[in-house]
Each structure stands twice: as C-alpha cells, then as structure tokens.
Design a protein. Sequence first.
Lengths: 174, 282
Amino acid sequence: MATFLEEVNEKINGVPIQACYHCRKCTAGCPVAFAMEHNPNKIIKMIQMGMRDEVLNSSTIWLCASCETCVTRCPNNVDIARMMDVLREIAIESKVPVKEKRILKFHEAFLSNIKSGGRINEPMMLVNYKLRSGDYFSDMAMGMSMFMKGKIKLISPRTKDMKSVRAIFKSTGA
Amino acid sequence: MKVSYYPGCSLHATGKEYDLSVKAVSSALDIDLQEVDDWSCCGASSAHMTNFKLSVALPARSLIAAEKNPGDVMVPCAACFNRLKTAQHHLRRDESLKKEVEEIVGGTFHDTVEIRHPLDIFYNDIGTDTIRDKVQKKLAGLKPVSYYGCLLLRPPEICQLDNYENPVIMDNLLNSIGAESMPWSYKTDCCGGSLTLGKTDVVVRLVDKLMTMAREAGANCLVTACPVCFANLDMRASENVRLPTFYFTEILALALGLEGPESWFRSHNTDPRPLLKSLNLL
C-alpha cells in the first residue's frame, strides 16, 4: 500500500514534495499563515511523517486561498498550492471530518450552481450556501443594498447546452 | 482588431460595471468584441480546490467554443483568466489528459486561441501613446495604487502577463491618462479571494491591510483588474480605513470621456463620487 507521501506526490504529478528543504519562504509569504493551524512547510513535513489524519483534519488545507505566492517563490519549485488542492481532494474522498465546514459548503454550493445552470447565478448560489452552512444572517444588509443597486439579478442567462455541462460533472465525478 | 470575449459569471452580476466599462473602452479603442457562444463557468477556485479534472474540463468547454470566433479571447476576470490559462497549460503538456478531457467535453481542443487579459491588449496592442492621444479629461489629482492581486500574475510561467513581483503595466496605463500612480509594495498581495463567504474575518483582515498600506503610500483610491478583488475591497474594508476602489476600465472610460462612468460609480458600495467631485473629475 502506498504511503501518504506517495499518495500525495502521485496526485501532484510534478516535483516531489521532499524537494523541500524548509527554508520557510512559502510560510513567510503566505497571506493566510496567521490564521492557519499548521504553516505550509509544516504540512509538508507532516505528510513526510505520515501524519495523514492530522493533515486532513487541519484547518490549513481549507484556509489556503490559492494565491500561489508559495509556489512562485519556492526555490525548489514545490507546488504547494497544488499540494493543498490534492489534500482537499483526498479529504473529501476519505470523508474525514472537515475543520472549516463553511469553506467546503461554499465550494459545494458554488459547484452545484454551475451544475444546474452552467453559469453562476449569485442569489441562488448564496441561498444554497446559506442553507448548507446554516450561516443565515450574515451580509443580509449588504445583499439588500446590492439588490437595490441592480447588482443582484434573480434571473441571469444560463448556458443553453446544459447536456454538455452535466456530462462534464458526471464524467469527472463532481 | 477583432477579439473574442469571455465575460464569465461575475461580469454579468456583481461585476457588471467591469463588463460595461470593458465594452465601452474596447469600442473606443476600435476593438471589436464577439462573445464566446454559449460559454460556461470556468469553475473558479471551487473546482480546482476540490476536483482537478473538473477544473480542466469546464474551461476546456469554453476554450473549444472560443476557437470558433476570429482572434484571441479577451478575459477580464482575473479568476477566469487564471483558470482558462491553467487549463490550456495542462492540455498543452499532457496528451493523455487532453484526450480524456476532449472525450468528456465532446469536442477537439485545437489550441488556436491565446487567452488575453484586457490590460495586456490595451497596453501591448493599443499602446499608451494611442490611449494618451484619446484622453478627453486628464485625471489630475487622482492618486491610485495599482492592485494586481494574485491571479493575473501567478504562477508566472502560466500567466505570463508582467513582472510577477513588481508589475507595472496598470501603473503605466494610469499614468498615461493623467493619474499619478503611487508606488507601493502590496501590488500582488492577496485579498483572500473566495474565502469571503466561508471565512469573512480573514478577508476583512487582508483587505484592511491593503487599505492601510494604500493610505500610507499616499493614495486616494485603489484600482483593480479583478471582480473578486473589487468585491472584497469595495465591500469588506472596515469603515475607518476604506478608500474607493475602481476597475481600471472605469478610470480609462472616465478619462476618454465615454458615456457611463457616473452610473457605474453609483453602484459601488464605497461611493467614489465625493472623491471625484472634489477633484473636479465628475
């Protein structure tokens, strides 16, 4: 059976993460590191040490904003942003408890909105997110103000060939 | 010049000022836009963060549709730009993935179209000299900082737009229309992007930092080229630090004397009209 490190490297399909020599440039430049449970370079070490549950249960993998600063500055070209994507994918597949539930609920609401119309309809996506996350009341005033300014349209043009969009979701297992 | 146009979902909703101003400026610069037929969402952060294949297949569908139009495809949303460029990158270098995605999407990717941001087209194809000649109202007194954010520039080997640590094309464009672009060190720092709903406090902290640093640089506004950055800057900044934010195309349209800017400014959350009126620009 593949180790956790091998599993992650295979999915990244690029520079193996053990090329990291822990200069911490990724962590120094990470805009979200202040809110993370484990810094990006620590996650690399934890994967190497086989700490599968600790990594997949951590808030870090959900807080990464995919700004790509880490991979851009990494002297060894370790694609840390891609690594975070891979860890999220593994966490979802393994059905482990997700530390930042609202962030995952947002992604689910977003993708389900594309699946049903081909394009994002923002009010429907927001309602869907609120129902999934239980976060009913935040941003209500802002939403009303945007509606009054014509920025939120209840009906927006959809993709016509929805058959092809649905086929994409079906074949990719999304 | 003829260019194909991929607006993306934001530009038809919360980013409507961006859509209208891109179209107005393009028309004034003799760029003929033809919308990609029946395009679909690029999947944005949510697709690549949870399902790699979906994050390539969704943009591939629209890229294949764009190949039917003449010219390159203009993509104003930085998130769409990044996702389309990234999908193109994977389709170019991974033959087996390309075959699989073509089967999923039900079309052939011919790789005949370049994905281009309007900053690149206005700066490199039209040029600051031509734009300067068309200026009706020099934006004297406007002191913006250019905010490029993440997705136009990173990763650099995919985006290939400008210097990824110190980009200048937006600054040069703004200076060519009479504004005084202020130097600062936060051009490419992150605004928190899609965390805005799931983790609002993180976004507020990042946006407040940007606003504070823009003030420290002596700026009186921020200019961006991304609807996600715009939404976060315009709506999430705390009252004690916030400055008005503009799309770079709104500012161009104002300088070129085009119809529309005042009505676009009305729909901003942080109203930029008092600033512009105080500078006699409205």
